[in-house]
Design a protein around this ligand. Structure first.
Ligand SMILES: Nc1ncnc2c1ncn2[C@@H]1O[C@H](COP(=O)(O)OP(=O)(O)OP(=O)(O)O)[C@@H](O)[C@H]1O
Ligand SMILES: [Mg+2]
Length: 430
């Protein structure tokens, strides 16, 4: 027995106080910082910038006088030194070793006695006395277990890099998830410099925060004003667009819906969609026609998302309906607004799952107002403040359109476009 059970009041708590990783944008995702003795898994696709980010964390931590050991099994020490020169990460307290054998890794940890350990990557380290190839399930589990054990006993904050492929089939992060305290996902498109870090699991904090970074030749830096980054420069406010927040698994993603409504010359008007569910759009059009009185049956309707985004969940209904109504009325909605909600056949708006996370993401990305399903007993809408955003809760599509000044009659609009702010934050158009 390592230590006897003690009354909870007597448990010492200084061990779980987080220390800044030196990268505030990452601290935000971690829920404070790196906790001594805790193991963090940073998973991401090849080339996304994992080594660059962790070298920055290591350098910033070392700069504050905390001894840091960066172990690489992927590159030579010289390669890492070159990157450090390029990104300005050369620090006295930063120790570097290129190593692939677990025994040697443990020796380095013993010799250097770091307070922060980075292992890049867990798939490249192999344990000599365990069967299986390096990177295989057995090896990866054993290596990760040994490293988390050392982290716990020596009270070292440990960050492990884990590779994932597009199909997630390679042994790694999935089998490691229960071994570590925090799982971070590092994502970004190759075509853009924008990188995002999200927590998929966190024993020390919430998982609804996202860290935004800019990856360039000079290294990685925090994007302190993400809203500015998501501006679609090719247009200012135009009628027929509305932004929604969809959920990809647990991850909220902002996506813009665009609609165009034109008088039809055809006997059967066209309904063309891209990136949205055609059946849901057909239903939305029927609801708008029947419940709100828009005579759309004489018009061609085109609905699409921007940048290849896919909005297939019902929570995207309201944004599609607002975009169509905005196109129909030829009147724009506020550029910094999101609309989230499922539309029912009676025109009622239904609640969607994880609304707080969606709103938090929208607020985080610079959006200032939202239209969401409200309480059924409160017709006309109700405004409250969430995460610094003006959130309008409406019971049905008619109230939603009234709130946006898109309804037929004498509406009292709760949200009007701010014509002085023509910029629209949009994800994925960087
Ligand atoms: N010499 C360089 N000059 C400018 N940019 C570079 C240079 N070397 C790398 N980069 C950029 O940094 C990006 C991230 O590289 P990094 O090695 O940090 O990614 P990684 O996730 O660790 O990759 P891997 O899975 O291969 O370990 C590269 O995709 C590239 O765009
Ligand atoms: Mg790397």
């Amino acid at each position: 027995m390592d230590s006897p059970a003690v009354p909870i009041r007597e448990v010492r708590v200084e061990r779980v106080l987080a220390r800044s990783s030196g990268v505030p944008e990452l601290d935000r995702v971690l829920g404070g910082g790196l906790v001594p003795g805790a193991a963090v898994l940073l998973a991401g696709e090849p080339g996304v910038g994992k080594s660059t980010l962790l070298l920055e964390v290591a350098a910033q931590t070392a700069r504050s006088g905390v001894r840091t050991l960066y172990l690489t099994g992927e590159e030579s020490a010289a390669q890492v030194r070159l990157r450090a020169d390029r990104t300005g990460a050369v620090q006295d307290e930063l120790f570097l070793a290129a190593e692939t054998d677990l025994g040697a890794v443990l020796t380095h940890i013993h010799d250097v006695a770091p307070q922060l350990l980075v292992v890049d990557s867990v798939q490249t380290i192999s344990a000599g006395d365990v069967e299986g190839v390096p990177g295989g399930v057995t090896q990866v589990k054993e290596v990760a277990a040994a490293l988390t054990r050392v982290a716990k006993t020596r009270n070292i904050a440990t960050v492990l890099v884990g590779h994932v492929t597009k199909d997630g089939s390679v042994a790694g992060p999935r089998v490691l998830e229960h071994l570590v305290d925090v799982v971070l996902h590092f994502e970004g498109e190759r075509s853009s410099r924008l990188r995002m870090v999200r927590a998929l699991k966190n024993r020390f904090g919430p998982i609804d925060e996202v860290g935004c970074f800019d990856l360039s030749g000079d290294g990685i830096s925090a994007v302190t004003d993400p809203a500015g980054l998501f501006v679609a420069r090719h247009h200012t406010a135009v009628p027929g667009t509305c932004v929604s927040v969809t959920l990809d698994g647990r991850r909220p993603i902002l996506a813009e819906v665009q609609a165009l409504v034109t008088p039809s010359a055809a006997e059967r008007p066209r309904r063309t969609t891209a990136g949205v569910d055609a059946a849901r759009i057909a239903m939305t059009l029927a609801v708008l026609q029947q419940r709100v009185g828009m005579r759309l049956h004489t018009h061609d309707v085109f609905v699409s998302t921007v940048g290849g985004a896919r909005i297939i969940e019902p929570a995207g209904d309201l944004a599609a309906a607002v975009a169509i109504a905005s196109a129909w009325k030829n009147r724009e909605v506020p550029t910094d607004m999101v609309a989230i909600g499922e539309l029912g056949l009676a025109g009622e708006l239904r609640r969607v799952r994880d609304l707080p996370q969606r709103l938090a993401e929208a607020a985080r990305l610079g959006f200032r107002s939202a239209v969401v399903p409200g309480e059924p007993g409160r017709p006309g809408g109700m405004v409250r403040e969430v995460d610094g955003m003006q959130v309008v809760g409406v019971p049905d599509i008619d109230s939603a359109l009234r709130a946006l000044d898109l309804a037929k009659a004498d509406a009292t609009a709760l949200l009007r476009p701010d014509r002085a702010a023509p910029q629209r934050p949009v994800l994925g158009l960087v």
